[in-house]
Design a protein around this ligand. Structure first.
Ligand SMILES: Cc1cc2nc3c(=O)[nH]c(=O)nc-3n(C[C@H](O)[C@H](O)[C@H](O)COP(=O)(O)OP(=O)(O)OC[C@H]3O[C@@H](n4cnc5c(N)ncnc54)[C@H](O)[C@@H]3O)c2cc1C
Length: 369
């Protein structure tokens, strides 16, 4: 089986490596920083496809397929690596604070995005579930939804891949590709050339720049997300709480994450006073006691966005031996297991169990070369 080189050690690259190593394929992860050091480690780790405005059906099916893979991963990864990925069934509450919100959630409830395990809750029921929430007009409860520690998930996938024979090289930057006519035969790195039968670009927000080296149009764009954490004294909530796009997440270690902004500001990965003030306001609106809490830390990450909101998975048009898995935007943690599985199928069997159609990188090929 040809060697596979994966460019990028975020949760996507690590999941692909894990699934390839499981299939017995020799695989190397090249990561210029540390595993999970970019968007993956900055994430909230929510596994909840409960958008009010649904995306295309194919994407929703992918969400559900990935959700189904988490329980066995959550069993196996700690056994194989000793790393607890903090897979917690916190449940999700989507809140309505106004009549307009109630109408929106009614539409969500009718669509029943998970096809199971969802209930509408009135104001009193919500108060019983979460006594320290602000006064609401009710909401929707998804009791079975879960979260993980995203940094640990990336680390555990990488370690489990290594345990199955994968090579992991951190601190190695991929600068370009080695080609022979229309075939990619390896990568040029800060440490010299690495030959490969197949190269997979899983470089998150930095995917487009790598594509440009080969004249390939892989239009991934960084979308900054700022987040902050309240300290772990005594968490005022037990559920993940959403209000529109904003959320509070009680993490396994007791901290509460408040997230997050969505900003198109290029590769600037800093937090801003304005962004953090907005998150504090939102947190205090949902849980009034948080208005009096210190913030223990804040950070930002660059989500890999794509023009149509869908990830790009599969062969890069015009090049043999090159594929891409990127553009997972706000759902890369949720989509990591299915992405790893599908990309491993593609590289070992030449096809995926789902139709590649909507996710094929060839949808952007008109702008290529
Ligand atoms: C604030 C925030 C909250 C989020 N919350 C959630 C959530 O709750 N649930 C969810 O599902 N998703 C969430 N996301 C989205 C999720 O984090 C991303 O979709 C996911 O992490 C993308 O993973 P990735 O591996 O593609 O990218 P990354 O994690 O960014 O990894 C790409 C890696 O490639 C490496 N790299 C780049 N260029 C090179 C090169 N030339 N050579 C070598 N290495 C290179 C980088 O160093 C990086 O480590 C959130 C994101 C943010 C920022």
């Amino acid at each position: 089986m040809a060697d596979v080189v994966i460019v990028g050690g975020g949760v996507i690259g690590c999941s692909i490596a894990y699934h390839l190593a499981e299939a017995g394929v020799p695989v190397t992860i090249l990561e210029r920083g540390e595993i999970g050091g970019e968007a993956s480690g900055a994430s909230a780790g929510i596994l909840a496809p409960v958008e009010v405005s649904p995306g295309p059906d194919a994407l929703h099916e992918l969400y559900l397929a990935s959700l189904r893979l988490f329980p066995s991963l959550a069993d196996r990864l700690p056994e194989e690596t000793g790393i607890d990925i903090e897979y917690l069934r916190s449940g999700v509450l989507r809140l309505a604070l106004s009549d307009a919100d109630v109408d929106e959630l009614r539409a969500l409830a009718e669509r029943e995005p998970l096809g199971q395990g969802m209930e509408r809750v009135d104001r009193d029921a919500l108060r019983r579930l979460e006594p320290r929430l602000a006064s609401t007009c009710g909401g929707v409860h998804f009791p079975d939804l879960c979260q993980v520690n995203p940094h640990r998930l990336a680390q555990a996938l990488a370690q489990a891949a290594v345990a199955r024979g994968a090579a992991l090289r951190q601190g190695v930057t991929v600068r370009g590709f080695v080609t022979s006519s229309a075939r990619v035969t390896g990568v040029r790195t800060s440490e010299g050339r690495v030959t490969a039968g197949q190269v997979v670009i899983a470089a998150g927000s930095w995917t487009a720049a790598l594509g440009r080296r080969l004249g390939a149009n892989l239009p991934v764009r960084p979308m900054r997300g700022q987040m902050l954490a309240f300290p772990n004294f005594s968490s005022p909530i037990r559920h993940i709480v959403f209000w529109h796009d904003a959320y509070l997440v009680p993490k396994a270690n007791g901290f509460i994450f408040a997230g997050s902004t969505v900003e198109d500001v290029g590769f600037r990965r800093n937090t801003t006073a304005k962004g953090l003030a907005g998150l504090r306001r939102m947190a205090a609106t949902l849980v009034p006691s948080l208005a009096y809490s210190e913030v223990s830390s804040d950070w930002a990450g660059l989500r890999p966005g794509s023009p149509d909101g869908l990830p790009m998975l599969g062969p890069v048009p015009g090049w043999e031996g090159l594929s891409v898995a990127s553009g997972h935007f706000r759902k890369g943690i949720l989509l990591a297991p299915i992405t790893g599985r599908l990309m491993a199928q593609l590289l070992t069997e030449g096809r995926m169990e789902v139709s590649l159609g909507p996710f094929s990188p060839s949808r952007f090929a008109a702008g290529a070369r």
